[in-house]
Write a protein that binds this ligand. Sequence first.
Ligand SMILES: Cc1cc2nc3c(=O)[nH]c(=O)nc-3n(C[C@H](O)[C@H](O)[C@H](O)COP(=O)(O)OP(=O)(O)OC[C@H]3O[C@@H](n4cnc5c(N)ncnc54)[C@H](O)[C@@H]3O)c2cc1C
Ligand code: FES
Ligand code: FES
Length: 1313
Amino acid sequence: MTPPVSADVLPAEEKITVTINGVKYNVPTTFSEVSLATYVRRHLHLTGTKLMCREGGCGICTVHVAHPDASGQIVQRSINSCLCPILSCDGWEVTTVEGIGSQEKPHPVQQALTDHYGTQCGFCTPGWIMTMYSLLQNSSGRSLTKQQIENNMDGNYCRCTGYRPILDAFKTFAQDGVNANAAVCDLEDVGSKTCKTTGGPCHGKCADFRAGSPYVAALAMEAAMIAPPWYKPTTLDELYKKAEELAGKNVYYVVGHTGKGVYNDYPYDAYVDLKGIAALSGVTKTDKVLTIAANTPLTDVISTFNQTASTSGFKYLTTLAAIISKTAHTSVRNAGSWAGNLALKNQHHDFPSDTYTAFTMAGTQLMIGPENKLYSMEDFLTFDLKGKFILQAHFPTYSDDYVFRTYKIMPRATNAHALVEAGFRAKLDKGQQGQVVITERPALIFANINDEFVHAKATEDFLTGKNIADPQLLKGALTTLQNEVQPKEDPAEASVEYRRSLAVSLFYKFALELVGDLADARYKTAVGSLVRPVSSGSQSFETKQENWPITQAIPKLESMVQCTGEAKYISDIETEGILRAAFVLTTQANASIYRLDATAAMALPGVLRVITASDVPGKNVIGTPGRTPIMGEEILATTQSYYAGQPVAIVVAVSREMAEEGAKLVKVEYFNVQTPILTCLDAINSNSFHETKMKDINVGDAEVAVKNAAVSVEGSFEMGAQQHFHTETMVTVCYPTEDGMNVEAGTQFIDGTQSAIAQACGLGKNKINVTVKRNGGGFGAKGSRINIVAAAVGIAAFVMKRPVKMHQSLWDNFKLIGRRLPYLIKYKAGTDAAGKLAGIVLDVYGDCGYQPSASVIVNGLPNWIDNIYFSPAWKVRLHACKTNTPPNTHCRAPGSTEGIYMTEYVLQHLAYASGKNPVDLKRQNFLKNGDNLLEGATIKDCNIGPLTEQLMSSASYNDRAVAVDQFNKDNRWRKRGISVVPMRFAVHWRNGNYNCLVAIFHEGGTIAVTHGGIELGQGINTKVVQVIAYELGVEMSRIQVQPTMAITNANARGTYGSISTELVCLSAIECCRQLNDRLKPVKDANPNVKWEDLIETCYKQGIDLSARTWTNPKPEEPLVYNTYCAMCTEVEVDILTGESHVLRLDCLYDCGESISPYIDIGQVEGGTIMGLGYYMTEEVRFHPKTGQNLTFGTWKYKPPFAKDIPIDFRVALLKNAPNPSGVLRSKRNDSFHLTLMYIVELVVVFQYVVAPLVMQEPPLCATASVVFALRQAIQASRTEAGKNDWFPNDVPMTVERVQQYAQTQLADLVYKP
Ligand SMILES: Cc1cc2nc3c(=O)[nH]c(=O)nc-3n(C[C@H](O)[C@H](O)[C@H](O)COP(=O)(O)OP(=O)(O)OC[C@H]3O[C@@H](n4cnc5c(N)ncnc54)[C@H](O)[C@@H]3O)c2cc1C
Ligand code: FES
Ligand code: FES
């Protein structure tokens, strides 16, 4: 640590001054490439602000800033600190999560999120807190509505919670909400007062002392050496002079610096901050022109448009405001300027700029300096902007006979660029009855067609002076448009067919709007876009006070420290002296590696070493013999690049940025390049399969049964992959010690990670001490795939003899780490005439990637495939496809999600073929107790019938199904669908070995526990504490969970498969039983003794106050029990675009009696939203030639955000589970060891007391219901177009697929039937 840089040391032009959490810092201009996020995290050690994407796409790094605008008014905004250079914050007040409250004295926002159990892994939490805090600060006492709050939450990502609790927590600050916190807005009369301590704007409360930082870590010397200069001109003349000086250099003219999140044209020779130039700020208006200066952030552009729209001639600006409100998200719009956006478009013509579409539609003119000449938007695009600057935008007036409309079609509701975007302007003459004449050349602007395409010129020509109400003219216009829209083929983009038909559909919507009532009422509803109201949710569960804290609804124990930023993650380790590592990844799949050239990397200052396979001290192999088949996967590739993204070397440097930059500079050359095999279909065509011991499953003669069935179907479909997209990317820190290695690893499986490092370093496992406090999510990826990162860091630390950290970039995480397996399924099935299943034949192809390890998931499919249906005959053939993609792996509900969907799909087809409502066919074929399951066990606990009936009744399914039909009759282009999916989730306890150690300390009787589960956000720590408190009869506050370590959790299983929490709780119960037995004699002698005194007495008597257990369940059958769930989902689809809303989702989940209902509801909601992502928006694409992942990062991969969740989201945990009290008593028997008998008893305990622990996976499986609801909506449209045949569908049902499956033809686009 070095002391802070004193203001006296540097001249003014070599430093900036920024106040962070009330403390002033002088930052030298050598920090030109340091972001605000990195500054607070690494240099101030304020690690509450987290980092994930570093491209503005996740909101995890959000902080609040306050600074004066051009007029001296204080502006209060949330921004993404990952994109904001620290030097950009000159004169700013920055508030991070540490600056608003602490666990002792939380801010009301922190308290609200805790109270609404809105955190799970907690890694995203500080970003949410600061987004909401900032909104409150910015609202300065104005009333906020629920809608405003929900709108503001458009840029924060959360993989765990499902968003609903976060939104509920924040809506307590709304005047129209359950307004527990609404008054806070009034209290925090910010902006108008001055802080007595700092002299800056008042933040409403003073910063906690700890939020400041007495020391500042220095910038690495090498980084300072190569830092590009930072200039801050204050006038245009100074700017022009500086631009002349820098002519020919790669200069970044910084306003919001958000452009870096879109295009990184690194390296830069210089940065020039434009924010000090007053002439580039401000808004002026005359009767004829509205002028907005270049630096104006998009947020202010929107408010200016909305305010100006009420004045004559500017009404159309609301249309512009609407589309710019869809640009990026609030924090990007707060920082990013319109001119920066247009400059990006000028530099990258393929950029689908909303500003460009909107401004072009509006006929805006741009003033460009130094010449101060006005340019049209069209001319601007081909204009060479080098050495020139956008100064102003001029917006003209339009009379009321103009109609404007914009459309932005996105893969999800917010924070996405357009698949296709349109801006339309037309001047109309409606003077003659039945006629709507376009009197002057209209503007038909489209984005994301191809690099040159802006105006649909031929169609504009065609329409000029014509009557658009004429059906023949409409047909002609649509045909002309269809012919002239020629989208560029790009494997990373939506298909050419979709983009072309979308452009045509959007114009058709505009035409319907222009003709108004001349169109049929059923068609007119296509005008505009789906409008989403404020969402709401309800949660229903049961609690038994007599059993508290078991069944008590409490927030997660760690919730508050997550909300205050005090929770520490492995990626937060910023100790000085730690070296940083990054992988060099291959860029070509299926090729031989010719050579590596690290010369350029080694020449980069700060790069210390490039480690290749020959440097590995132990074995260059991941996985150990005897484990699941992870044979021969090299840590660092030697001769062959099996997939693009495979690690081939490790670059070690003094900083993360230098390691990553160095990694990009290592050249990898290839030869013998073969076309990669990237899909199951490719694998089938190339006969590329892993050798496995998988066996076919045959029950009866399914082939014959199907052949003889009264109703039979046959087909095939595909299921996509899913990225885990945990918020804390793969991270490990290794510290070499005198006797081995201390490791902090983001692993879900300590034993596996310990093995991986030991093997790679050639050390015994006893020398590798792995510790895990918590992970920022995992979802299965950190079970085995973390090991390649952990082993690499182990190698680097071993080689360098220094501590090394690798916190993978999100991009590398996408490229290197496998994902949920994609599948291709071929099927045949049949029923008898009444609808009873006769037989099902499935050929299942699972894409394991280039390694066979994921074949265990394919092999496990029969555990799930029959779901809750009985078929007398089955034939299931399983195939493990070998492709040139990373080894795929477990991903939340692996195998169960896909297996259950497969049969649901087949039943859907059978229902279609037999003309039945799918839910009736399903109910007809439900399993009964005594039936044999496909996995071989006999079902004994089936309650799916009553549970489904209960769901259908509480969801009013029958009435709503009728309403859906009526809606579909009333609307041609909006269609609805409703579907019910019932499901069974089999719980297996195979290899369920976990440790638990409970220690009671004398002198106060506090208790510490360390257990074998890893806290990933699922709430395992909270449940364990609830169980221990219950078992020992003490308050929860006495109990502290300590990190999991290799020594205390030796040889144990990983945390996955949904069984860890329950088995760890079993283990904790046994520890408590041992302890209670030992305490009993002392307690019996003095029944009223206080806990502390009891413990002190025992201590004095030499009683062992620690207990350790090891679960080793060996139930007679692998299947221990089943949990059941049913989900009903209703959707509305815009058939012309493929966009949809989940109108309502009801989930009824049987989890016995929930130990911790808030946590369990959170798991249900989180699993459901991850399922909706899997089935609707998350799509993985590869480049067909290189095999590179094209959907890496936040720009291309689209998990749901807060506005994608069901508008009405109802979750109920099934009530009236069997009374547990008797079973609890029976648990206290005499055994000291977990015998088989005892385990069997505890099985009973868990079924009726704490069985609810399998939470996160089943609801995810049930979200398949959304697919069938979407199908119904699509089918309704197809039927109207005369297409009554069954149509196969693949998942995910993206907006593209939904629109394409509807197969709307140009001939269908009419005004009247
Ligand atoms: C996560 C994310 C999502 C986004 N989503 C969308 C989206 O959906 N739709 C969309 O249209 N955009 C989107 N954007 C782009 C965003 O709108 C732009 O990044 C932003 O408007 C740029 O403004 P800025 O002030 O930050 O520019 P900066 O990043 O500061 O500058 C960007 C470029 O403009 C140049 N420049 C800046 N000012 C001038 C000037 N006056 N004259 C000449 N050159 C100048 C700079 O040299 C630089 O090359 C997204 C961005 C992010 C990070
Ligand atoms: S880390 Fe800044 S937005 Fe993702
Ligand atoms: S709690 Fe939001 S990502 Fe984990």
